[in-house]
Ligand binder design. Structure first.
Ligand code: BJW
Length: 229
């Protein structure tokens, strides 16, 4: 029986809910240049393009047509299990874990439904599309808000909490992530150092697949409920 479990999720867990992953053939990076929409420099160069990119994803999430799938629901059940301390870390900026019933989610790459003041770093809920008119209420003069997401070259969120949980866990499960983006891709190594058992659930072997002890190849919606049952 495992007591301290860390789960890392990536875009693949939301694929069966209808959200695109990044690196698939029909994924988000097929239609967009990473440097243009996922770097601070890209945002400085062309904020309208970046806003359009996030607004399209925000509208899809708000449309009511996107619902948590069996993998999200199974992780919420795991969190509620007696005797289990679950740390759920997601790289996803969608809110499907919360919608599926998870109560404590670490969004290490930010959240689509929030905006941030670039001066004070204060975070604001975002219930309308991003535009140049969205301004903070924390600064004088009010600053234009930016998406509350983590782009390449920026520091992911809540890393101290994440590293602490990895150093103490006895089971580490990675679900639906390609293992191409750091520091998340390095979490399996940290969990291994803590002598945790490590499991990868993915449609295909990830870039860091050889570092895992166990592999469950297939759809998250099928594999995650099977693992946590
Ligand atoms: C299914 C499925 C189904 C499909 N069932 N599976 C050289 C070496 C090491 C690091 C670096 C380096 N050069 C630069 C760096 C650092 C850089 C980095 O990693 N670059 C790499 C490209 C090499 N990292 C950063 O800059 C990060 N910050 C940083 O490092 O700060 C400094 C620091 C120093 C010391 C300690 C700590 C930090 C920031 C990274 C920010 C990433 N941001 C994005 C955008 C977020 C906002 C948004 O959503 O738009 O995050 S990029 C994008 O990639 C997004 C994702 O969260 C992230 C990971 O993608 P993910 O989730 O893995 O998706 P995919 O599409 O790649 O994979 C999906 C997987 O699912 C596939 O494998 C499918 O097979 C599978 N799948 N359907 C199960 N049904």
């Amino acid at each position: 029986m495992y007591k301290k479990i860390v789960v890392l999720t990536g875009a693949g867990i939301s694929a069966e809910s209808g959200l695109k992953t990044f690196r698939a053939e029909d994924g988000l990076w097929e239609q967009h240049n990473i440097e243009d929409v996922a770097t601070p420099e890209g945002y400085q160069r062309n904020p309208d393009l970046v806003r359009t990119f996030y607004n399209a994803r925000w509208e899809q999430l708000k449309s009511g047509q996107v619902a948590p799938n069996a993998a999200h629901l199974a992780l919420a059940e795991l969190e509620a299990s007696e005797g289990v301390e679950l740390t759920l870390i997601t790289q996803n900026i969608d809110n499907l874990h919360e919608k599926g019933g998870s109560r404590r989610v670490i969004h290490m790459h930010g959240e689509l439904a929030k905006a941030r003041c670039p001066r004070s770093q204060q975070v604001f809920p975002m219930d309308q599309p991003f535009s140049a008119d969205n301004r903070c209420t924390c600064c004088i003069p009010a600053e234009p808000l930016r998406p509350h997401v983590v782009w390449f070259g920026e520091m992911p969120l809540q890393l101290n909490r994440i590293y602490q949980s990895l150093s103490e866990c006895d089971l580490f499960i990675s679900i639906g992530t390609s293992g191409t983006v750091y520091p998340a891709a390095g979490f399996v190594e940290m969990a291994s150092h803590a002598h945790a058992q490590t499991v990868e659930i993915n449609l295909e072997p990830s870039e860091v697949h050889s570092q895992f002890q166990y592999h469950m190849q297939g759809r998250a919606g099928e594999m995650v409920p099977r693992l946590v049952a």
